[in-house]
Design a protein around this ligand. Sequence first.
Ligand code: 2P0
Length: 313
Amino acid sequence: MSTTARAHPNIALLKYWGKQDRPGNYPATPSVSITLDTLSTTTTIEVAPTDRVWLNEIEVEDAKVGAALEDWRQHYDIPSLSIKTRNNFPTAAGLASSASGFAALITAIDAHCELSLSDADKSDLARRASGSAARSIHGGFVTLAEPDWQARQLLPKKAWPLRVVIAITTIGPKAVSSSVGMERSRLTSPYFEAWVSSTASDYGTVVDAVTDRDFDKLAELAEASCLKMHALMLSSKPGLVYWHAATVACMHEIRALREQGLKVFFTVDAGPQVKAVCTEEHAKVVQQALANLPGVEETIQVGLGQGATVIDG
Ligand code: 2P0
């Protein structure tokens, strides 16, 4: 008997980068994200003599999965598991595969082991494994903030059906993992305290921009959060440079399109891909413009998606 769950990656508009100096993988900054559709992680689990993990049909030793299972077993009765997980997008390329991965895994475990977890419990356990995974428990626009650092839906996807054009500039795993990069920024960047305090004060304005569905305001705030996070990354020692030439070209193109009146803004995570968030009306033009840029290998257009669900079992 097996159980299968599916979850989607999410993209932060207000970014999380850096952890609090206490156990439990608590983010140092609040975040606001959108959960995507189309891209997904599908995870099938069943009870097995020992834990074994397959990623896209290949058996892997995944230290993060091992650590998550060890942590979750301190709170819940979870047997040894065979875990077969599939991503329909490049793993570890700045497309948030750990977010959808851990959201799918805890959702499958909850159903399979009849743990009766609430969404708040699931987001808590997902966050302990990977901060951004807490947000993929929910669909649409999602917050992750103090005091409890549980993810909550801010707005359902239908309330503001934005589109996201993802410009893939390089396929392959990133140079420095998010966890390692975040710790490096906390320990070495002279800007870390300013990042944490200013992101805390940005949170309320981003929530208001989403609640009001104010695209121009959200564009300004989301680009500022992205650039501030990358300034922090660049100021770490040694500096974290996740951008490639095509990443920067996409950012300039998106700003030029906005100057022409299109409703679009960029965001970039811990990798070289660019996500252009736009209205449905302008998505096609944005996609064509990014696809024409040198160094852009592929573009994918997606909408906003739902939270993690059990699809079988
Ligand atoms: C975010 N990122 O808010 C930010 C923006 C990447 C850049 O959350 O160490 O995989 O597992 O808690 O969640 C990626 O980091 O980090 C991330 P861990 P995670 O989406």
